[in-house]
Design a protein around this ligand. Sequence first.
Ligand code: GSH
Length: 216
Amino acid sequence: MTPPTPAPTSTPTLVGRSSSHFTRVTRIFAAELGVPYAFQVVPDLRSVDAADYVGNPALRLPILRTGPTTWFGALNICRELARRAPEQRRVVWPEHLTDALTANAQELALQAMATEVTLIMSQLAGTPSDDAQVIKLQKSLLNMVSWLDENIQAARAALPRDRDVSYLEVCAFCLVTHLEFRNVLATSGFRALTAFCDDFGQRSSAQSTAYRYDAP
Ligand SMILES: N[C@@H](CCC(=O)N[C@@H](CS)C(=O)NCC(=O)O)C(=O)O
């Protein structure tokens, strides 16, 4: 049996970008959970030096530094933030989604976020827009967002009513708002997702984490 982790005292440092949807997921969680953090910007996503990603061998952000420990990836970080929360909050994590509707919504929200990253990085690398793989990724993204639009209302209704926050809703919100922010896909025609973002976007955690480009 692993001994209980001592209560954390020092302020953690979140390493990411204010324009990154995976980073925003963690910032919304920090705000919802009332966990303070310092923020450090990764200046260039094209860097292939793991040191620029606090040692994350995947060369990806966000990363959370808690003293000598580093946490790679948004879900790990959100869980660590939850362990640090001054008061317990009712969080719906991916493993709580045991019906196909909500579990598939979580899968597709995360896959759409990852697909969007690949499309943005391909564009940054100068891949032509008529590249066969880019065309497939765009079609896949459109399919996933359409599916989410058709199912978001029912998926939300299936979540526990007494939740404070769910990983699914935070991911879906960060995805849809990011598609617009980065001009990857126009989302205004997706009525259910737009209504969801209007609703979720009223939270102060959403309003205090709006996307912006960090100074170079
Ligand atoms: N599984 C990771 C994915 C993180 C990710 O893809 N982050 C993007 C920024 S939003 C990134 O680092 N992209 C750099 C790249 O693709 O090279 C997580 O959940 O945090």
